[in-house]
Design a protein around this ligand. Sequence first.
Ligand code: BGC
Length: 322
Amino acid sequence: MVKLLSSGALLASLCRAAAAANSPCLVTTVSKQQSCPALLVVRMVHSKCRGETYKYGKDEVARLPVPEESVPWSVEWPDYAPQDFTAPFVQGKEWADPELGDNFAPQWNTLDNSINRASHEGPYQVEGGKPLNIRGRTGLAGRGVLGKWGPNHAADPIVTRWQREEDGQVVSDPETGKQVLEFVAIQRKDTGAWAIPGGMVDPGEKVSVTVKREFMEEALDSTGAAKENVENLTAMVDKFFEGGEEVYRGYVDDPRNTDNSWMETVAFNFHDPSGQEVGQLPLQAGDDAGAIQWMPLNKEVILYASHKDFVEKVVEKLEAHW
Ligand code: BGC
């Protein structure tokens, strides 16, 4: 029997259960269901981090092609020898780990001083002193452009309101008859892709703090032009973000992932049903954002990494048009 699951929370708990039970089953995409003797788990294999090349700045490095069935580390591949690549600009950065060795031997799968090296998805394996990507092979070893070995933690604020006509009437889609939801999207400067205005969790920082700080930096430009107004912005964001709801916690299918470093996030939804509160937010692209917009949501949207999956969870929760 194969079960079809679409809920991320369910999926995440199944992932944790599979990991805890040391089950041979991995999680792969909903479209590729497989039966598993131990646990019936819908598999979710990363794909955006298995492209032909690994792009960084204007350069790129070849990834070893990894067929979907060989993604799990449990699948034998004795000759698997991907290129080892860590971008030169990562070395020596204060946000990055040093090279692994005698002088640097972090504690895996736990809080290591103030750095969270635990995965949201359960324990990951460590081989030859290096953490192995919790979702499997990516065709590239090393850290790529990521700073941390193992999980690199981010937090994502999904700020939503209903799309409205000028007279205040909520827009409904003519085909589905459902109300259209909009979210605050920023255009990333690194890839040009539209994305949730999230960012990396600082050492020792709570995700609930990161999510507000990043929204202020990326969507309100609190460290740029709006610097003078930080107190007001903080008060506004504190108030609006009071009612946040977690919609996803786990792995991100991010093009920057490698065999030894990967992105994870916690995504929260902050919804303003009246549209009055977010109307007060002085949206302004800042920091790593090139542009900003209220993006209407539907199944055609193209977003960075697996951000589309996260916004879809909000759409489902609010029973909006998709
Ligand atoms: C972004 C987050 C994103 C994470 C994983 C970070 O660079 O700021 O929005 O979820 O990467 O892709």
